[in-house]
Ligand binder design. Structure first.
Ligand code: NDP
Ligand SMILES: N[C@@H](CC=O)C(=O)O
Ligand code: NA
Length: 824
């Protein structure tokens, strides 16, 4: 025998009922069936509303009745064959008159007892079971109507009646043994009766309870709960986009998950079935081909470590704390006793092993009651300061990670907290049941969704991890970055399960933020059409309000304004990758503050492309310093532009033409004067000295400016080029002077003995920088460990490709930084 139960939404429309009939006719080929049905969707609520209105003398209850009668009559007309319609309508009319009479009585007496209430709200199931039975018979499926009041007996505690198992089970067995086993019993869910035949109801999860009781009595092979969702999900689909259906859960896991918010089943209702080890299947009426979720004690091979992640959106944390609690027996007994007496439902408890604090989570509606119960119980301890005030923290959520498979398995909680830490999520409290089946984490309510997504990504490793990119500046470098990401997208997805999603984008005119993602192809059209006027503060506000896990802010501008907003980004627990050197080359205080903020908020602040574009210059130096080495000298050609210019300029074309070519090749700053005036190189040298642990300010660097005086203050780059042309001869002369000495020109940055200089030099063939080619950068670090032969990094140090790939490398460093994706 298999028990099928169809919930309200599965019988909500006549189309749905036809679907139910199809499922039954399919199932009956292989199994003996009994079918429990709920009231049509919304009917129980309408009955409740009607009886409450009637009890207040509100005549509107009559309208509700009329609507209910119409709805059921229409269903009969649509579903029941012509020859059986008048009979069914007549039977239905009799039931309906009974309801009408009771409500009329309630409206006259203005009195609503629990007993009457139970009687009225149970009509919905009687209506639906009756109609469905008739419909099935008409479609050739032999079916009987069973009013469960005949077989399920409860006590007389109307409103919250308890099932009398010793009476109920024999009644069910007797009834079924006497019925024709070829005929399917269509059973009213939710309703029961007392020994003297008065109607009662089974409370929350009522129809599940009916199915569960019948299955336990008949020792059924399984229960199928047919509903409008595909099963129990790994997480709430409203909060986690990449949820999926959990194929299998143990009874205990199902209970843990539903305790923490996954309200698909109501475990107490399924207790009779669980006790008998009867498997429970959750299936979708509208997608019967889907596997659904199976709840049983037999696990399936290859199950994931974590089964599901659920949450309670709004809780209050009460903390009782005080030195007087240490070593004193009976404190917690008194605390929980007092709360139980006050009817407070405690969702989570955590106690420090020092016994100094006990924290407990309750629903906000119970905060006041809980607080005053505690105050009353510990009146004297509070007066004598043995116990401090009861601390109340509002606007918190509990997120629970649930699985049997994490029992006795080390590393799970490590993985949980590593993932949370990597996303800047602060943990307010933690509890783990000794069953090790559940790790519960209390977080700020604003972080609930982020926490769910972070943990979901961290554990369901077969799934893809999404990194949300917020890109400001989509010129040469930013544009190339988007191109390269697109080119790499499939590989990153296939090999690393990594999706780089553009969640925000801005240029100097507009910005657009969309957590669903922005196409990297037509971002511009969309941003210009839908975006808001560019405003970095609004951009950052919206980005942090979204609070997406794995967010990275990328700066591909050369703007001071954007650079000065980094602290806001880091304070929002969002990592930064920047090609813009302005922040790191501003005051030392700012540089140090940003490092501190990144550390404090446990996010990354990476800027490899600040020096030598994609070349591993910053990382090399950083690692050297971390190992305890001291930097004695930094020397290098740090400008791709200037390297290109002086490697190419041989007098055959004019200097200004060579500069234009460098610009066209994408080597220069947005304004090439920043290269020629030495500022860009100065910034890079400054950044390197700071990475080396030296405390330098920009104005301490002696920089040779090669921009002709007249060209320094003109407004546009074109005007600059015009003036530069007028000075071509001066540069030709510089070249010729060097050539006559058998030397070449080289613009060198150097730090040694507390002196920092950036200047044009003549170097001979013996110099290690002499052989530089194209836009090559070279940097040599002479350190305590590398004195004789310095560490040298060399290669193309400017251009869109190398810079964009350097930015991607930083993004990947952040994305893969935590090792929680490795299978334990
Ligand atoms: N070229 C190279 O080889 C290397 C460059 N870099 C650095 O990369 C950065 C970008 O250079 P590049 O791509 O050539 O510059 P571009 O001038 O081509 O692009 C700059 C982008 O920033 C946008 N922008 C400017 N100000 C703002 C603002 N306030 N708010 C929002 N967006 C703004 C511009 O908007 P709009 O499109 O509206 O003008 C443009 O999209 C620079 O900091 C540079 O130093 C680093 C290493 C190597
Ligand atoms: N303009 C710069 C670009 C890299 O930072 C250069 O030429 O090196
Ligand atoms: Na670099």
């Amino acid at each position: 025998m298999r028990i099928l139960k169809f919930g309200g939404s599965s019988v909500g429309t006549t189309a749905a009922i036809r679907q139910v009939a199809d499922i039954i006719s399919e199932k009956k080929k292989d199994h003996h069936l009994a079918v429990v049905v709920s009231a049509f969707e919304g009917v129980t609520d309408a009955l409740e509303d009607a009886v409450v209105k009637a009890s207040k003398g509100d005549e509107a209850y009559l309208n509700i009745l009329t609507d209910l009668e119409k709805r059921h009559n229409n269903a009969i007309k649509e579903l029941v064959s012509i020859q059986n319609q008048s009979h069914t309508l007549a039977q239905f009319k009799m039931m309906f008159n009974e309801l009408d009479d009771v409500l009329h009585g309630v409206s006259l007496t203005r009195e609503l007892t629990d007993r009457t209430h139970d009687f009225v709200v149970g009509f919905g199931e009687r209506f639906s079971a009756y109609i469905i039975r008739q419909f099935l018979s008409d479609t050739g499926i032999s079916a009987d109507y069973l009013d469960a009041r005949k077989v399920i007996e409860t006590d007389r505690d109307f409103g919250s009646a308890r099932v009398q198992f010793d009476k109920t089970y024999p009644k069910i067995c007797d009834y079924f043994s006497e019925t024709d086993s070829d005929s399917i019993q269509i059973v009213t869910g939710f309703v029961a009766s007392t020994s003297s035949g008065e109607s009662t109801t089974l409370g929350r999860g009522g129809s599940d309870y009916t199915a569960s009781l019948i299955s336990a009595a008949l020792e059924a092979e399984a229960i199928e709960l047919w509903t409008d969702i595909e099963g129990i999900m790994t997480a709430d689909p409203g909060k986690v986009k990449r949820y999926f259906v959990i194929p299998h859960l143990s009874y205990e896991e199902a209970m843990e998950l539903s305790h923490f918010g996954a309200q698909i089943i109501y475990p107490p209702a399924l207790q009779p079935a669980m006790k008998e080890n009867i498997p429970i299947l959750i299936k979708n009426t509208f997608k019967p081909e889907e596997e659904g979720t199976r709840i049983s004690n037999q696990s399936i091979p290859g199950e994931s470590i974590i089964k599901g992640i659920s949450s309670i959106d709004n809780i209050t944390l009460l903390t009782v704390k005080g030195s007087g609690m240490i070593g004193v027996t009976g404190i917690s007994a008194r605390l929980f006793g007092a709360l139980a007496d006050a009817g407070v439902n405690i969702i989570l408890i955590t106690q420090a092993s020092s016994e100094h604090t006990i924290s407990l989570a309750v629903l906000p509606a119970q905060t006041k009651v809980a607080q005053s119960a505690i105050k009353k119980e510990f009146k004297y301890e509070l007066r004598d300061n043995i116990i401090d005030e009861v601390k109340v923290e509002n606007d918190l959520s509990i997120v629970a990670v649930v699985s049997d498979n994490m029992r006795r398995k080390p590393g799970i909680s490590g993985r949980v907290f590593q993932a949370l830490g990597a996303n800047g999520i602060n943990v307010v409290a933690i509890a783990q049941g000794s069953s090790e089946r559940n790790i519960s984490i209390v977080v700020d309510r604003k972080n609930e969704t982020k926490t769910l997504n972070t943990l979901h990504d961290a554990f369901f490793i077969a799934n893809v991890k999404t990194v949300n990119l917020f890109l400001v500046g989509v010129g040469l470098i930013g544009g190339k970055l988007l191109d390269l990401i697109q080119q790499q997208a499939q590989k990153l997805l296939d090999d690393y399960h990594l999706e780089l999603k553009l969640a925000g984008v801005s240029n100097s005119k507009k910005f657009l933020i969309d957590d669903e993602g922005i196409s990297m192809v037509n971002w511009k059209e969309r941003m210009m059409a839908e975006g808001e006027l560019a405003d970095i503060n609004h951009f950052i506000d919206q980005m942090s309000d979204l609070n997406l896990s794995n967010s990275i802010f990328i700066d591909c501008t050369a703007s001071d304004e954007i650079a000065s907003s980094y602290s806001n980004v880091l304070e929002s627990n969002i990592s930064i990758v920047t090609a813009n050197k302005k922040a790191n080359s501003s005051s030392l205080a700012t540089y140090e503050k940003l490092q501190r903020l990144a550390f404090k908020h446990n996010v990354a602040y990476l800027y490899e492309t600040n020096v030598g574009a994609g070349l591993p210059v910053v990382a090399t130096l950083k690692e050297q310093v971390l190992t305890g080495d001291d930097v004695m000298r930094i020397e290098g050609v740090l400008s791709g532009t200037l390297s290109y210019i002086f490697n190419t300029f041989d007098g055959s074309s004019s200097f200004s033409e060579v500069v234009r070519t460098a610009r066209d090749k994408g080597f220069t700053e947005p304004d090439p004067r920043e290269d020629l005036n030495g500022q860009d190189v100065g910034r890079k040298l400054l950044i390197l000295t700071r990475e080396a642990g030296l405390k330098l300010e920009f104005d301490k660097i002696d920089i040779q400016n090669m921009v002709p005086e007249k060209a320094r203050d003109v407004d546009t780059v074109e005007e600059f080029f015009d003036i530069l042309e007028e000075h071509d001869d001066e540069f030709t002369k510089l070249f010729e002077d060097a050539a006559s000495n058998n030397k070449k020109l080289c613009y060198i940055a150097r730090y040694e003995n507390e002196k920092a200089t950036v200047q044009l030099e003549q170097i001979g063939s013996e110099h290690p920088f002499y052989g530089l080619d194209g836009s090559d950068n070279i940097v040599a670090f002479k350190t305590r460990h590398y004195q004789k032969s310095p560490i040298v990094v060399k290669g193309p140090g400017a251009g869109a490709d190398v810079t964009a790939s350097g930015i991607i490398a930083d993004i990947l460093r952040i994305s893969n930084a935590p090792s929680f994706r490795e299978e334990i």
